[in-house]
Design a protein around this ligand. Structure first.
Ligand code: TYM
Length: 334
């Protein structure tokens, strides 16, 4: 039966991109009745420097964002990665399965390491093997993510297949990425060719899950656009990245397709469309922000939820790890 795993890094404030590309869909999968396991990947976060106090705060804020987005810790498993040691244990084994040539092709490493790759951490390089371990420690079959994680999931499939082949077992499932909907790649509000990201130096480029209604409306009003009105057909958005981005955001927020949004707004000027989008964004995002703030009043309760989730996660992952040790020839005698 299908089992979903996905994760989010608590490495900074979350954005509308994380919400539409991930959190909203995580809640939908849970509501479809699929078994869902969701993780704040704090060990991935420290592949680049994290201030310890901020990491703790961001992990709690991330957990609050999951819950405020509709992930119910009673129906989904919600926890932080470092509380379940199976992730780190399986990651080591996958480090020994993955090939240097595979890792060298990872575009996210190249982007994040930048020009001075010699100064990047070894963890940043091994990052995708830990991600494969996150998923395979639960024998998850489906992984909802945004477009930017596609290459990492292909690597996960390659690692699982090589493990199965090398040890002559059919042990790890070959996962299916779920990259669906209108907002698999939400772009910057300042540059339609760049991904909306928590690490962009310009706060105007993104909507943060902590932004209040005024900030959301102002950022959408000031979003970069071209001077043309909206086209009559989807095709007309082809070479208009900023316009296409706003249409996609509208579609994802409204639960519509981009084609439906175009059909309803054909010929509209941005002077009309932007206020409509701002109202929609505020009406969807404000209740989430309010709920996040409420949950953040009680950090002990968030920690309790993460701990209880980790217990349930551990109960699934530990027997799988026991089998991995057996398959790989590690003596377990105590
Ligand atoms: P992270 O923390 O960068 O992002 C979390 C999720 O949000 C999606 N996302 C976006 N979707 C649409 N538009 C955007 N602008 C946008 N920005 C981010 C990401 O695609 C992701 O789904 N490596 C992962 C975390 C991870 C993971 C895992 C995911 C660790 N282990 C196992 C799945 C399964 C990451 O850095 O996501």
């Amino acid at each position: 039966s299908p089992r979903i795993f996905s994760g989010i890094q608590p490495s900074g404030g979350l954005t509308l991109g994380n919400y539409l590309g991930a959190l909203k869909r995580f809640a939908e999968k849970q509501d479809e009745g699929i078994e869902t396991i969701y993780c704040l990947v704090d060990m991935h976060a420290i592949t680049v420097w994290q201030d310890p106090a901020k990491l703790r705060q961001q992990t709690r804020e991330g957990a609050a964002a999951f819950i405020a987005s509709g992930v119910d810790p009673a129906r989904s498993i919600l926890f932080n990665q470092s509380q379940v040691s199976a992730h780190a244990e399986l990651a080591w084994i996958f480090n020994c399965v993955a090939r240097l040539g595979w890792m060298n092709r990872m575009t996210q490493f190249k982007d994040k390491a930048g020009k001075n790759a010699e100064a990047a951490s070894l963890g940043l390089y091994a990052y995708p093997a830990l991600m494969a371990a996150d998923i395979m420690a639960y024998h998850a079959t489906h992984v909802p993510v945004g477009e930017d994680q596609k290459q990492h999931l292909e690597l996960t499939r390659d690692i699982a297949a090589k493990f199965n082949h090398d040890y002559g077992v059919e042990f790890f499932p070959i996962v299916e990425p779920l990259i669906e909907g209108a907002a698999t790649r939400v772009m910057s509000l300042r540059d339609g060719t760049k991904k909306m990201s928590k690490s962009d130096p310009s706060d105007q480029s993104r909507i943060n899950l902590t932004d209040d209604a005024d900030a959301i409306a102002a950022k959408i009003r000031k979003a970069k656009t071209d001077p043309e009105p909206l086209p009559d057909t989807l095709d007309g958005l082809k070479d208009r990245p900023e316009a296409r981005n706003l249409v996609n955001i509208y579609a994802a927020l409204a639960g519509m397709t981009a084609a439906e949004v175009i059909a309803q707004n054909a010929g509209a000027q941005f002077g009309t469309f932007k206020p409509k989008l701002a109202d929609l964004a505020v009406s969807v995002m404000s209740p989430i922000t309010t709920e996040m703030n409420r949950l953040m009043q009680d950090p002990a309760e968030i920690d309790r939820i993460l701990g209880a989730g980790a217990d349930r996660a551990e109960a699934i992952a530990r027997p799988i790890l026991d089998q991995v040790y057996d398959i790989t020839g590690m003596i377990r005698s105590r």
